[in-house]
Design a protein around this ligand. Structure first.
Ligand code: RB5
Length: 152
């Protein structure tokens, strides 16, 4: 039986139609890395409303059943606005590997947001790999996260 202390939880994924294609690539990459995926949709390119999928993913992360999630919409903007309305969610819209790295080291981002109509596939997968491999530095950054969470 898995030790609950060490079990790596599935990475939650969700997108709207604008992010569906990139979400499929991300899903394959997460599995290639040996991690489990929990896919909250959408599952086709029919028009969808990004707040619906952002809510599902935020609730999944806040439930503790996934420690991290990835959201994709056309620009990433709608998904990040929606996800950051949930207290305890720190969603980072990243356009390059530097911002992805810093969002983990300094912001302890628990949700990565990508723009499916903004990023090339290789850039998006590079950002994903960096984001999944970096850890929070803590220290002075924990003080800031605590202040952030106290904002409401
Ligand atoms: C959908 O057309 C598009 O508005 C959405 O994917 C996202 O970019 C919103 O921020």
């Amino acid at each position: 039986m898995d030790d609950p202390q060490t079990k790596v939880l599935p990475i939650a994924l969700a997108s709207d139609h604008g992010g569906f294609r990139l979400k499929s690539l991300i899903s394959a990459e997460v599995k290639r890395l040996g991690l489990e995926v929990f896919d909250l949709g959408v599952f086709d390119e029919l028009s969808a409303d990004y707040p619906d999928q952002a809510k599902l993913l935020a609730e999944r992360v806040l439930s503790g059943n996934s420690e991290k999630g990835v959201l994709v919409c056309g620009t990433g903007i709608g998904m990040s606005i929606a996800a950051n309305r949930f207290k305890g969610i720190r969603a980072a819209l990243c356009h390059d590997e530097y911002t992805a790295r810093m969002s983990r080291l300094h912001n302890n981002a628990n949700v990565l947001v990508l723009g499916g109509r903004v990023l090339g596939d290789a850039a998006a997968l590079g950002i994903l790999n960096v984001w999944l491999s970096e850890d929070f530095e803590g220290g002075r950054h924990l003080t800031r996260i605590n202040k952030l969470e106290a904002l409401g």
